[in-house]
Design a protein around this ligand. Structure first.
Ligand SMILES: [Zn+2]
Length: 251
């Protein structure tokens, strides 16, 4: 049995906003991110984008690997995370919201979360040209579990088409992430029909199902502002996170 594979879930990498700011926990400092990557590198792990991780998820390849994902497509991923990823030779996937490219995280407005710039098409291209991957995070960042099948199909399939028109990426846009972790059988079906190879959720845990498991509802390991290196190590190499798999966080 190959070791379970952790797929890390990040959002923003930047200097954290002031105390009391809603969702402040989803902003990881560049120094903490660098420490986390250095620790995993020192333990012999290689961080991979979803496209590069896929052969390991299907059991075609084995090795000491983990996935790196960034939700929403923040510009600070390019500015603060990319230099760290390049230092360690890691690849990663940034999931962009197709109809919000070059705008802000307006889906967070009602919750008082600060508005932060999302990558422009040119910035996404720079991300891809630097060896990183753009994935799809729907058109408008709605909770897919609240939509009917036709709306789900629009959000999931049309986002792929829109992102592929914006970014030249070898192989196209093949990997998807459910906003708020909201998904149901209809959303999984739409992701499959749209031709995505993988889809990630906010269900907590590592991927155990290599070689035959469905790759369209993958669990992830949440990394927040307060996640220490020891904590991250426990999440990646022990059953710590798996035992929390029933808990669904909804950032
Ligand atoms: Zn999101």
């Amino acid at each position: 049995m190959p070791a379970p594979i952790p797929i890390l879930m990040y959002h923003q990498v930047d200097a954290p906003p002031p105390k009391g700011t809603p969702m402040r926990g989803l902003v990881v400092s560049p120094a903490a991110f660098a420490r986390q990557m250095a620790m995993l590198r020192a333990l012999g792990f290689t961080g991979l984008s979803m496209q590069n991780l896929r052969p390991y998820l299907t059991g075609q390849k084995t090795g000491r690997v983990f996935g790196i994902t960034f939700d929403d497509g923040y510009e600070n991923n390019l500015r603060c995370a990319l230099p760290v990823l390049q230092r360690f030779g890691f690849s990663s996937t940034c999931y962009a919201v197709a109809d919000r490219v070059g705008q802000c995280n307006d889906w967070d407005l009602g919750r008082g979360v600060p508005q932060v710039p999302l990558m422009t098409a040119a910035q996404m291209q720079a991300w891809v040209d630097a060896g990183q991957e753009i994935g799809s995070h729907t058109l408008t960042h709605q909770d897919l579990s609240t939509l009917d099948l036709a709306e789900q199909r629009h959000e999931i399939a049309d986002a792929r088409v829109a992102l592929e028109a914006l970014v030249r990426q070898p192989g196209g846009v093949r990997n998807f992430c459910y906003p708020y972790g909201g998904f149901d059988q209809g959303a999984i079906r739409c992701a499959r029909e749209a031709g995505y190879d993988t889809a990630t959720t906010t269900v907590r845990g590592r991927v155990h199902s290599q070689g035959g498991g469905d790759l369209l509802a993958l669990p992830r390991v949440l990394v927040s502002r307060t996640t220490t290196c020891l904590h991250l190590l426990l999440k990646c190499v022990t059953r710590y996170e798996d035992s929390r798999g029933a808990r669904v966080s909804r950032p």
